[in-house]
Design a protein around this ligand. Structure first.
Ligand SMILES: [Zn+2]
Length: 385
């Protein structure tokens, strides 16, 4: 069975996995991301690949990166949480590993994996919304990843939901991810604790006595214990999430929203209020079918699996040039590469793949922006509409 390597590059760690043609990870490893140095990050990726190649014979490498990736799957144009600015990542890694490399946005890779193998299996119109520090997203339309003209489609985290609202890491104000992300959850809880220390006593206790000590895990723990303040924080953030999904449904009409990212580990605490707010906010909701809102199933592995499968498909479709050290050999073996089954085989010609030798790709990223505690204003669900 042919193998490809999938890489998920986040702000803190690089995860690399050898993935078979059924989407199963054979071996996985993790390295810290030297986020301040693009060159060192590329080297860490290459070292992880070479390490895995010592034990497995893989044919191509797919990299899912938290950044804006160009339309041909080659360069990272910009990354909110890493030092990448117009960085030729494909070339940098290919030079070291000798295999063809495809670069993709990390949320796109995760959306692809969840559609092929995870929560949205069987759907052809899917939007994955990754709720972490910020909000990332990936869009599948008609069974194909939708990347937009420049590769940057699918950045709803920076869609403005509150004019002159909270300052975002991107420089604008009122972005959705300032209200519906993990950062927003923490901001709500800290604000609550500062404003009403009495009702927030459990949150403060878990945070070591200070509002600043309250982070995601403390809020989730308190909510699981039934703490009213923590539950209220999830209700507020979940409601923002559901309202945003209703706005996205107005544009894309997907059959399924998959909610991933670190905050989704809270499960029903986040999903239930999101589902309720979605149903309330959906225009014509009484008279139309509603998209499913489901928790992601592949967890932290989605990026690795999706990147590996996208590289496999690009190679099988003859759309992935590459591997300066072993290009001929790779091309010869490409025939045996069979993509995962899914809504639609992607190896036929398509507009998104016209671009030459490298592969299409991309969109944008998990623009996680740091919370701006100083700028966060008290808010409530009522302010959102
Ligand atoms: Zn923003």
């Amino acid at each position: 069975m042919s193998l490809t390597i999938g890489i998920d590059v986040g702000g803190t760690k690089v995860a690399a996995g050898v993935v078979n043609s059924r989407g199963r990870i054979i071996e996985k490893l993790k390295r810290p991301t030297p986020s301040a140095s693009p060159e060192r990050t590329a080297r860490v990726i290459a070292e992880a690949v070479i390490d895995l190649l010592g034990r497995h014979q893989a044919e191509a490498v797919g990299i899912g990166a938290a950044g804006y990736v160009d339309a041909v799957g080659s360069d990272i144009l910009f990354a909110p949480n890493l030092a990448w600015r117009n960085e030729p990542l494909k070339e940098q890694v290919e030079d070291h590993v000798g295999l063809p490399v495809l670069v993709e946005n990390d949320a796109n890779a995760a959306a692809w994996a969840e559609t092929m193998l995870g929560a949205a299996r069987g759907h052809e119109h899917v939007m994955l919304v990754a709720v972490g520090t910020g909000i990332g997203a990936g869009i599948v339309i008609n069974g194909r990843l939708y990347r937009g003209r420049w590769g940057i489609a699918g950045e709803p985290g920076h869609y403005r939901v509150v004019p002159d609202g909270r300052l975002c890491g991107c420089g604008n104000r009122g972005c959705w991810e300032q209200y519906a992300s993990g950062s927003a959850l923490v901001a709500e809880a800290r604000e609550f604790a500062r404003r009403s220390p009495g009702p927030a006593v459990r949150l403060l206790q878990l945070g070591g006595g200070a509002a600043e000590g309250i982070n995601g895990p403390e809020i989730t723990q308190a909510a699981h214990e039934g703490d009213a303040a923590a539950l209220r924080c999830f209700e507020i953030v979940g409601a923002w999430l559901g309202q945003g999904l209703a706005a996205l449904a107005a544009i894309l009409d997907p059959g399924c929203f998959v909610i991933g990212g670190g905050v989704s580990e809270a499960g029903d605490l986040l999903i239930r209020p999101a589902q309720a707010a979605f149903a309330d906010a959906l225009t014509g909701g009484t008279y139309r079918p509603h998209a499913e809102i489901k928790l992601a199933q592949l967890g932290a592995d989605a990026g690795v699996i999706g990147a590996a499968d996208l590289a496999r498909r690009a190679l099988a479709g003859g759309k992935l040039a590459g591997g300066k050290l072993a290009g001929g050999k790779v091309a010869a073996r490409a025939q045996s590469t069979a993509p995962l089954s899914g809504p639609e085989p992607r190896d036929g010609p398509s507009p998104s793949r016209r671009t030459s030798t490298t592969n299409p790709v991309t969109k944008a990223a998990m623009a996680a922006s740091a919370a701006q505690p100083g700028t966060v204003q008290p808010t409530s669900v009522a302010t959102s509409r």
